[in-house]
Design a protein around this ligand. Structure first.
Ligand code: NAD
Length: 298
């Protein structure tokens, strides 16, 4: 069993860290917000007072933070993980961030003699609680194999995607498709409803055909039940689309669909839906047409 530092005990990090504790690892935890730390200490983790301090105590440092700037601060910044480095320490960076930032942080870690694996996740809070996340790993494949026993505690599937940056690139593809597909489902179902066919009727007719998908199942159900509790927060999805657009633009990939859905999501966030599930973007289409995609009334 390893001594593991877990930094970032939010919606995803807290349940992931609890699973590592349950698996018998010794955990040193830090977050700028006390709530997650208190939760983990109640389960047996050791609280420390900085990112540097948890790193000093651990063989493996796991980070699960909102976005690229947070990861840079935590790993490269003052009182950060690299300041706590020591012989044999390794980093598993599990946040969803810009691939270019992953490469930058990974290069700085390598220069300091600390190997870093990236491993963004998919599967949401439920996947984090159940230890069934889909991991998209980038970095040295030998490091993935070394870290596999730790990763398996949190994962249902582990996919090696390539060099550092490939994991977060894969995650951006995932996030792009979910965003655009959610908007497509809303637009098409609103059109169907305006034409007089209830969402539930259309759904039952098409769900097992070619248009069937997890996005259709999950996001449409939220609209039909009028329950937009996250799930995956709208503001995090805006962050992912921002990273996707920046990556696409930097590399010459045109992304008109992502740009469009991004503006719709930003509008919904501006009117107060940022902490709801990203399915809230469906209400943008409902508003344009003056309908709601509720379940059949009978
Ligand atoms: P979150 O905002 O709930 O948690 C992030 C945590 O990081 C917070 O507790 C915050 O206080 C902490 N943090 C921020 N700056 C810090 C610093 N300088 N030092 C220490 N701690 C710091 O976010 P989340 O939902 O847990 O998501 C984490 C990452 O996983 C994001 O990149 C997100 O896009 C990705 N993700 C989230 C989900 C989901 O369903 N929520 C699913 C898949 C992937």
């Amino acid at each position: 069993m390893s001594a593991i530092a877990f930094i970032g005990l939010g919606q995803m990090g807290a349940p992931m860290a609890k699973n590592l504790l349950k698996a018998g690892h010794e955990l040193f935890v830090y977050d700028v917000v006390p709530k997650g730390v208190e939760e983990l200490v109640a389960c047996g983790a050791n609280a420390m007072d900085s990112n540097k301090a948890v790193a000093q105590k651990s063989d493996v440092v796991i980070t699960m933070l909102p976005n690229s700037p947070h990861v840079k601060t935590v790993i490269l910044g003052a009182d950060g993980v690299l300041e706590g480095r020591h012989e044999g320490m390794k980093i598993i960076e599990m946040s969803s961030i810009a691939p270019l930032a992953t490469k930058e942080v990974g290069a700085a870690c390598a220069k300091a003699g600390v190997p870093m694996l990236e491993s963004p996740v998919s599967g949401g809070e439920i996947g984090a609680i159940n230890g069934t996340l889909a991991l998209m790993c980038g970095g040295e494949e030998s490091l993935l194999e070394e870290m596999r026993p730790i990763l398996e505690v949190m994962a249902g599937t582990i996919t090696y995607c390539g060099a550092l940056g490939a994991g977060n690139t894969t995650k951006l593809v995932n996030q792009h498709i979910i965003a655009v597909e959610t908007a497509a489902v809303a637009e098409a179902f609103v059109m169907g409803l305006k034409a007089g066919v209830e969402p539930e009727v259309v759904y039952n007719a098409i769900r097992n055909g070619y248009a069937g998908s997890k996005v259709l199942d999950g996001k449409l159900a939220m609209a039909m039940d009028r329950d937009f509790k996250a799930g995956f927060r709208l503001d995090l999805h805006i962050k992912d689309l921002t990273n996707a657009l920046e990556t696409g633009h930097a590399l010459g990939a045109a992304m008109p669909l992502a740009s469009l859905v991004m503006d719709e999501m930003k509008y919904m966030s501006a009117i107060g839906a940022g902490s709801e599930d990203s399915a809230a973007v469906m209400r943008y289409y409902e508003r344009l047409a003056g309908v709601e995609l509720t379940r059949s009334k009978k």
